[in-house]
Design a protein around this ligand. Structure first.
Ligand code: 13P
Ligand code: SF4
Length: 310
């Protein structure tokens, strides 16, 4: 059928009817961020999902995030506006290969970045996000060997911060590996007052030019608190919507990709649209499901993360 003229109104009505909460990641398009009840980084969204009283969680983000919400809320209906909203990083870590990797490193504690499938979580001891990875690794006894998966860039950053030696799964994100060191250096020369800040999924060659490295929420907070008036943002530019709202007088420059493309936008995050979000609520589908066996196995390392990052 035809779409209602005012999607914002229609979504607000459905939200009441369903007793739904809309959780959105910072990489969602501006309209989705504006209609969300809660916007956050992966850790904040997992916490919000763990605490909500709503019957329905509409997850405006990618599949592993909605799956995380389902792991924490088996009795709730969890909707993802577009089921094809995957994650290139999560896809670099297939369960079969990861099981073999684990078997090749006996006695290792497995710490997995939340950007992975429920199957990988089920094979992990502790989950982390970019905002608590350092804090979690620091709590592991020194003599305990660690496997860190799936992001090698975050892994390398955590090794640098903690001085811990970890075995890294060689995964990465296509979006964060698209930033060009050369173009960031050129931008810094053109904007000598600008501070470059970056997400730890970026490569070392980009991170070394950043005066601050953190999760999306940490980057947002940093822009508000830093006295600088101009920033070069090396992460998905969706976050700039909130930066601009929080500090309207400041200037935010998205770090450019290597080629002249818009591949610094996450193609998976951007599959979600306001229309698809409305239709998902109206039709109560597509829904996130998983076997109870996988869910329970994935829940344990999630709970350990929530306890260790209080
Ligand atoms: P944050 O936890 O920093 O929001 O990161 C999520 C993500 O997918 C980064 O690419
Ligand atoms: Fe995955 Fe990268 Fe998109 Fe984040 S930006 S959701 S890590 S593909």
């Amino acid at each position: 059928g035809a779409l209602p003229l005012d999607l914002f109104d229609a979504i607000a009505t459905l939200k009441k009817e369903l007793n739904a909460v809309i959780l959105a990641h910072y990489y969602q398009e501006a309209d989705i961020q504006d209609i969300a009840d809660f916007i956050g980084d992966s850790l904040q969204l997992a916490r919000a999902a763990a605490e909500t009283n709503a019957d329905v969680i509409v997850f405006a983000g990618v599949h592993f995030m909605a799956e995380t919400a389902k792991i924490l809320n088996p009795e709730k209906l969890v909707l993802l506006p577009d089921l094809n909203a995957g994650c290139s990083l999560a896809d670099t870590c297939p369960p079969k290969e990861f099981a073999a990797f684990k078997a090749a490193h006996p006695g290792h504690l497995v710490i997995s970045y939340v950007n992975c499938s429920a199957e990988i979580k089920a094979m992990s001891d502790i989950i982390c996000t970019s905002s608590n990875a350092v804090k979690i690794v620091e709590q592991i006894p020194k003599e305990q060997p660690i496997i860190f998966a799936p992001d090698r860039n975050l892994g390398r950053y955590v090794i640098k911060k903690t001085g811990r030696d970890m075995v890294l799964w060689q995964g990465s994100c296509i979006v964060h590996e698209t930033f060009s060191e050369k173009k960031i250096v050129q931008l810094k020369i053109a904007h000598p007052e600008a501070e470059a800040i970056a997400h730890p999924e970026c490569e070392e060659s980009v991170l070394r030019h950043a005066s601050f490295i953190g999760s999306t929420a940490a980057l947002l907070k940093y822009c508000q608190e830093s006295p600088s008036q101009e920033f070069i943002i090396a992460t998905e530019p969706g976050i700039i919507h909130q930066m601009q709202k929080a500090a309207p007088q400041k200037h935010f420059i998205p770090a450019p990709p290597e080629n002249n493309c818009n591949c610094n936008e996450c193609p998976f995050m951007r599959l979600n649209t306001l229309e698809k979000l409305y239709l998902a609520m109206k039709n109560r589908t597509p829904e996130i499901t998983m076997s109870e066996e996988i869910r329970l196995a994935a829940l344990r390392p999630m709970q350990r993360m929530l306890e260790m990052s209080l």
